[in-house]
Ligand binder design. Structure first.
Ligand code: RFL
Ligand code: PHB
Length: 397
């Protein structure tokens, strides 16, 4: 098989890249190790930055998002039993976020891919990258895990295979620096069959730990609470979850959390990770393959999307103008935005979570910071600007 761009992984990065390339008349083949059903059922992110939602519309894949997604003009920070609204729209000159589940984005991108006749192979096995530092890199794989070994020859490989995928290891260790931080807490996430308790997301700081009220639809709520780093779901009965959430979210103004049957529960670890550079030869990493953020800033999916916007421009300039300059600057351009998102995610995590090793002094500083950012116009504007998504900074050195 021969194609222009071999894309490893059908997550947000891989699927969005394929769609962007298709819109520029560039061919690609997507190789994905999971089945279509597995991908379309995995519950993950929910917040789309303004730029991500706009791109879905530009690419013509936004019909369902426009119908089912919920556009939010603000978020709430809650502490000391009081809510403090951050008016995203007013503070950013009209930008907002759209709450639309990641697996719904993936369903939309997969059906668009199939409708345009683009190649997408699910359930492949033994994916191996070869000759990434030559002009003709190759990817070997097996169809349906047990098929014959096949080879895909291409001009470029996009490593969109997530944090655990094989692509990153093809950037030799001598040229690669990895930055990593693991946070001393996890999130327990639930889906509950209940109507919204709040019209906007609530990020709650509490002495017992952080809680986050998000949503998926008028009937399904997505809620998270901070638990111990190595906690076990077996420790968390539905009753314990609800009683903890009530305590952490309680206010003085009579606000109530609406309960409903819990239909899904999982625990996610919290880490930060950056691989620099994000490219080597003809291999380009995008999304979680190159970086991870803790979910507090809602940035992971959105970073995957901004990476592939930069990559698609580089690849397009290469084919249309025979100019590889943008491709050479890929990592530099992406990492500027990545590090700012790492900073914001780290900041939100430190601001809102309870750390077992916090001294009473550090705790008071945390509360003073919350008081500051929710009362100062500059503090509010900074949270809002980062939350709706910073622009891509296209400068090259
Ligand atoms: P993905 O989504 O992990 O996709 C990688 C794909 O590559 C496949 N793969 C392979 N394919 C072929 N061969 C191999 N050898 C392969 N190895 C792996 C995998 O099967 C998979 O399909 O990475 P991508 O595309 O970079 O996208 C990243 C996002 O998925 C991730 O950053 C977000 O989900 C993070 N995240 C959030 N991001 C946001 O922007 N907003 C949010 O509100 C938000 N909330 C979250 C989150 C992540 C969470 N979890 C579960 C970590 C909430 C949670 C709880
Ligand atoms: C979600 O709805 O899954 C969600 C919302 C906000 C976050 C993280 C996850 O910061």
């Amino acid at each position: 098989m021969r194609t222009q761009v071999a894309i490893i992984g059908a997550g947000p990065a891989g699927l969005m890249l394929a769609q962007l390339l298709h819109s520029k008349g560039i061919e690609s083949v997507i190789l994905e190790s999971r089945t279509r059903a597995e991908i379309e059922e995995t519950i993950r992110a929910g917040v789309l930055e303004q730029g991500t939602a706009d791109l879905m519309r530009e690419l013509g894949v936004a019909d369902r998002m426009n119908r089912l997604g919920q556009v939010h003009d603000g978020i709430e920070f809650r502490f000391h039993r009081k809510g403090h609204r951050i008016n995203l729209k007013e503070l950013t000159g009209g930008k907002r976020v759209t709450i639309y589940a990641q697996h719904e984005v993936l369903k939309d991108l997969i059906s668009a891919r199939i409708a345009t006749g683009g190649e997408i192979l699910f359930d492949v096995g033994d994916v191996r990258l070869l000759d990434v530092d030559t002009e003709l890199p190759r990817v070997q794989f097996r169809r349906h895990k047990d098929g014959e070994l096949e080879e895909l020859v291409c001009d470029f490989i996009a490593g969109c295979d997530g944090f655990h995928g094989p692509s990153r290891q093809h950037i030799p260790q001598r040229v690669r620096t990895e930055y990593s931080e693991v946070f001393p807490m996890s999130w327990l996430g639930i889906l509950a069959e209940a109507p919204p308790s709040s019209p906007e997301l609530i990020y709650a700081h509490h002495d017992r730990g952080f809680a986050l009220v998000s949503t998926r639809s008028p009937e399904i709520q997505r809620i998270y609470l901070q638990v111990d780093a190595h906690d076990d779901l077996a420790n968390w009965s539905d009753d314990r979850i609800w009683s903890e959430l009530h305590r952490r979210l309680e206010t003085d103004d009579g606000w109530t959390l609406i309960e409903g049957p819990i239909i899904q529960k999982s625990i996610v670890g919290m880490r930060s990770f950056v691989c620099d550079p994000m490219q080597y030869g003809r291999l380009f990493l995008a999304g979680d393959a190159a970086h991870i953020v803790p979910p507090t800033g809602a940035k992971g999916l959105n970073l995957a999307v901004s990476d592939v916007v930069v990559l698609a421009k580089g690849i397009e300039t290469y084919y249309k103008q025979g100019n590889a300059e943008w491709l050479q600057a890929y990592s530099e351009i992406c990492l500027r935005r990545v590090w700012k998102a790492e900073r914001f995610s780290n900041y939100m995590t430190s601001l809102l979570h309870r750390h077992a090793n916090h001294s009473p002094f550090q705790r008071r500083i945390q509360l003073a910071e919350l008081d500051y950012v929710t009362s100062s116009p500059v503090g509010l504007a900074s949270i809002a600007e980062n939350y709706v998504g910073l622009p891509i900074d296209w400068r090259r050195s």
